[in-house]
Design a protein around this ligand. Structure first.
Ligand SMILES: *[C@@H]1O[C@H](CO)[C@@H](O)[C@H](O)[C@H]1NC(C)=O
Ligand SMILES: *[C@@H]1O[C@H](CO)[C@@H](O)[C@H](O)[C@H]1NC(C)=O
Ligand SMILES: *[C@@H]1O[C@H](CO)[C@@H](O)[C@H](O)[C@H]1NC(C)=O
Ligand SMILES: *[C@@H]1O[C@H](CO)[C@@H](O)[C@H](O)[C@H]1NC(C)=O
Ligand SMILES: *[C@@H]1O[C@H](CO)[C@@H](O)[C@H](O)[C@H]1NC(C)=O
Ligand SMILES: *[C@@H]1O[C@H](CO)[C@@H](O)[C@H](O)[C@H]1NC(C)=O
Length: 444
């Protein structure tokens, strides 16, 4: 009410000053002389408007019988008088007032240029009758969402198993809501018992983050005003390298080529390489080819080492090594001499396949000096047997009996070596007998 009194007084003052200054018009109508005429009245309600920030807006206040009364525009929440009659009172340069001259001061327009969020609220159109007449219209200013980078998370690097909090703050009108998604549309693992495709709220907390949670997260801010906006936050999860070796024991015959494999997981990406027994790094050459391919997910790497034309000196231990700033690991592959695939009779082939089975060879590898010749002799046993067996059927039978079990107990295996030695003796004797018979037949 204080405001209204104040406004009433101001309107009088303004109109008085206006009439003094503006014109030599002698028809200064004093309201009190107008008692006979009808009181002014509003003829239409003020339309509410919803306007995106930045646009211009116009509010209309329609009156009849205004006579010498004045129309003023006010902003209720700001308790601000904006215009009185033709005059702009506020210092806001974006406000102006016009009226339709052709309809005898019936419609008064309040113009707001380049509408800002603070312009929203209740606008009053008032006539300075003895008891002021007032009507309202609302201006709703809508602002599309905008993400405040300074209050939102940016790309982060965290250690695996740590807890991660991502924040996203947005403003706009109405207040935007925030939701989170993963860029690849996979689920967000909030904690070990909760995984969701979408998470709502300004804050996204991930408990005990894992390497599987690595990737880009999107915070999406939206209100009713398009466009929605999003921010991409990359989450990197660091961990020390890990190795997986599909075949730790690899048998290869002399003069063959062989490819060894290791799979690594590391973030940041590890430096991966191969070394020999003596720790020397293996470089690409005619002898070696190293290959590396990035897997899925990208922290996985497939390492391959091809050794061409395997020689005695190649048997033994080869390591694959992975190093990153978080740590280092290595894995061992043992390369042992195996029997070449053979075209010998089917049953023997079967038997020899047992020999090249890594499981049955573990102890042979374990129990021999890799570079010593004795080693090769002992492992060569099947090789010799091929020749022997193709000559002597008896021994073939004997062999089959002793190799029937897929996996021998250690003692039997060593017995087996002895059997082979016996076999050699048999061959020797048999050969001698044949030779003697031949000699005798020659003499005859
Ligand atoms: C404008 O909005 C107000 C409040 O939201 C409401 O009371 C009034 O009836 C509306 N006016 C028009 C013309 O729709
Ligand atoms: C991570 O959060 C879980 C559950 O809120 C809590 O038990 C754990 O101690 C937190 N770990 C760290 C490293 O803060
Ligand atoms: C997982 O997160 C949800 C949401 O924050 C919470 O309600 C629930 O208790 C959490 N579960 C565990 C096991 O921490
Ligand atoms: C080994 O690889 C080389 C080059 O690729 C090839 O020429 C050769 O035939 C291979 N040897 C065997 C036994 O496969
Ligand atoms: C190798 O032999 C040694 C001594 O007999 C034993 O301690 C070790 O466990 C063996 N290793 C394998 C892989 O069999
Ligand atoms: C392996 O060789 C070692 C000596 O190098 C020997 O002590 C051990 O008994 C052998 N293992 C088997 C299972 O025969």
């Amino acid at each position: 009410m204080v405001l209204q009194n104040y406004i009433g007084a101001l309107i009088l003052l303004v109109s008085f000053l206006a009439s003094l200054g503006v014109s030599s018009n002698s028809n200064v109508i004093i309201p009190s002389t107008n008692v006979i005429t009808e009181e002014p009245e509003f003829t239409e309600v003020i339309e509410n408007v919803t306007v995106p920030a930045g646009r211009n807006v116009k509010l209309a206040c329609s009156v009849k019988n205004l006579g010498s009364y004045k129309v003023a525009w006010m902003h209720f929440e700001q308790s601000a008088i904006l215009t009185v009659h033709n005059h702009v009172i506020t210092r806001n340069p974006r406000i102006s007032v016009t009226h339709d001259k052709h309809d005898k001061y019936k419609t008064w327009f309040l113009h707001i240029a380049n509408v800002q969020e603070e312009d929203k609220g209740r606008y009053m159109c008032q006539i300075n009758t003895v008891t002021a007449k007032t009507q309202f219209g609302y201006v709703h200013v809508v602002v599309p969402p905008n993400i405040d980078d300074s209050l939102s998370s940016s790309d982060i690097i965290v250690r695996e198993n740590s807890n991660v909090t991502l924040k996203c703050r947005a403003h706009g009108s109405p207040q935007p809501t925030i939701k989170w998604k993963r860029d690849d549309n996979s689920k967000i693992n909030i904690n070990k018992s909760l995984s969701v495709y979408e998470w709502s709220g300004d804050v996204l907390e991930i408990t005990k983050i894992s390497r599987l949670d690595m990737g880009a997260y999107l915070c999406i801010a939206s209100n009713t005003v398009p466009p929605s906006v999003s921010k991409k936050i990359k989450v990197s999860v660091d961990f020390s390298p890990m190795l997986q070796i599909p075949h730790q024991l690899v048998g290869v015959p002399l003069n063959y080529n062989v490819t060894l494999e290791c799979f690594t997981e590391a973030h940041p990406t590890s430096l991966n390489y191969w070394t020999r027994d003596d720790g020397h790094m293996i470089h690409d050459s005619k002898k070696y080819k190293t290959e590396q391919s990035v897997g899925v997910p990208s922290y996985r790497t497939h390492m391959r080492l091809t050794i061409y034309n395997v020689q005695h000196s190649d048997y033994g231990t080869i390591k694959c090594v992975a190093k990153n700033p978080r740590g280092e690991t290595d894995g061992t592959i043992r390369l042992y001499l195996s029997t070449p695939p053979t075209s010998a009779p089917v049953p023997t082939v079967e038997n020899f396949q047992d020999w090249s089975d890594p499981r049955s060879d573990i102890n042979i590898v374990n129990n021999t000096t890799i570079n010593g010749h004795n080693h090769y002799n002992s492992i060569h046993v099947p090789d010799k047997n091929i020749k022997q067996l193709s000559n002597l059927n008896e021994i073939d039978k004997f062999e089959r009996k002793s190799t029937e079990k897929a996996s021998w107990p250690i003692e039997e295996r060593f017995n087996h070596a002895n059997h082979c030695r016996k076999n050699s003796n048999l061959v020797l004797i048999a050969t001698l007998v044949v030779l003697i018979i031949l000699q005798i037949s020659k003499f005859k």
